[in-house]
Design a protein around this ligand. Structure first.
Ligand code: G6P
Length: 364
């Protein structure tokens, strides 16, 4: 059936607003809300020694967020690599590695070739894909579907959060299978994940505060996104979204890496956007923001209202919903998407069909 925009101005806007549903639907594939347990899935995580994720573009950042969860919750070493590098560099993979392709379309040439190569090495393979009839879905031994529904906007939004939701849920399952998570922790994590659709809906109401900063952002030539932990790959995804549709140069950086280079870029014209949920590294991120503000750089800090103000100030705040650290990448993805979307609308670009980009890259 034809997918319509309905009341929305762009498919991207519509797809951003579909995320409470698409995340809910995807989580239900992997977790049971009633029992508070991770469902059994086709992979025996206790027998896996390593995970190798391969992906391109936005799916690569989803994979990096997954990595933090697999290592933290399941003690499972996890590598994530851009498929176009992985496939040509003769990587050394150990036999008990599970190879995981992450892809919206399931057709990206480099990701598919990486998956096929892993299979030929005798590795177990799985694919997190949104198009369930795709080449990757057929090629991988195990299909881990996302349920984002058809995504029309070239810049990926709901497919990204569905990938993140699936990977976080699978990391919980892996933690249980490997004896790292007991029944009480499992119930707590499953509950936290199932709270994400409601908190994503709450994050969608940040659009007024986001719109209040886009006039300034639209004037910038360069924008820096900072985060720590899983907020680091999300910062890179936020920068990618902005580049893709507003054509403003942006970089996502690990906040702790700021002093090793990017701080040299800071001036009055270069905004910094910080992703600062109240997690175990909040204070570290806050002190990085003081360093930026002290050099005259405009700072927008996205953090929950109850987070303390970084001292030294001049820092503009946008309030995000307070949430369990596990689901922060899902909740904070929304302000990243809205920032890119409204900045692009402000600049008058073709949001759904940005120049030079294709929805899926099936040739090299
Ligand atoms: C293209 C799209 C991106 C997407 C990437 C990977 O570059 O424009 O939005 O993230 O391909 O696509 P895939 O279908 O493999 O997730």
């Amino acid at each position: 059936a034809m997918v319509e925009k309905g009341e929305y101005r762009h498919f991207m806007e519509k797809e951003i607003h579909e995320q409470p549903d698409s995340v809910q639907h995807t989580l239900s594939e992997y977790l049971d809300l009633v029992t508070g347990k991770a469902k059994t899935n086709a992979i025996d995580f206790a027998a896996v020694e390593r995970i190798q994720i391969v992906a391109c573009g936005t799916a690569f950042y989803a994979g990096q967020i997954g990595r933090y969860a697999f290592e933290r919750l399941a003690g499972l070493p996890c590598d994530v690599e851009i498929a176009s590098e992985f496939r040509y560099r003769s990587p050394a993979v150990s036999p008990k590695t599970l190879a995981v392709a992450v892809s919206q379309s399931g057709e990206t040439a480099d990701t598919l070739a990486s998956l096929t190569w892993c299979k030929a090495q005798g590795l177990k393979t799985a694919a997190v894909v949104n198009v369930h009839s795709s080449s990757m879905a057929r090629e991988a031994e195990v299909l881990w579907p996302t349920h984002a529904g058809p995504e029309i906007g070239v810049a990926s939004t709901k497919a990204f959060t569905a990938q993140v939701a699936a990977l976080l849920a699978l990391a919980v399952a892996a933690g249980v299978a490997r004896g790292r998570i007991d029944a009480a922790q499992e119930a707590e994590l499953v509950k936290a994940l199932f709270e994400s659709p409601r908190l994503i809906a709450e994050a969608l109401r940040m659009d007024a505060s986001i719109r209040s900063v886009v006039q300034d952002l639209a004037k910038a030539d360069d924008i820096l996104f900072l985060g720590r932990g899983a907020m680091f790959p999300l910062a890179m995804e936020g920068a990618l979204k902005l580049k893709e549709i507003s054509y403003i140069h942006a970089e996502g950086y690990a906040a702790g890496e700021l002093k090793h280079g990017p701080i040299a870029l800071i001036d009055e014209e270069t905004p910094t956007i910080a992703l600062a949920p109240l997690d175990d590294v909040f204070e570290k991120t806050a002190s990085n923001l003081q360093e930026v503000a002290a050099r005259g750089g405009p700072v927008i800090m996205i953090a929950p209202e109850n987070a303390p103000d970084p001292h030294g100030a001049g820092i503009r705040r946008i309030h995000a919903p307070d949430c369990h650290p596990l689901i922060a990448p899902l909740v904070y993805a929304v302000p990243m998407q809205l920032l890119a979307y409204y900045t692009a609308v402000q600049k008058g670009t073709d949001v759904d069909q940005p120049r030079n980009l294709a929805k899926s890259v099936t040739v090299e």
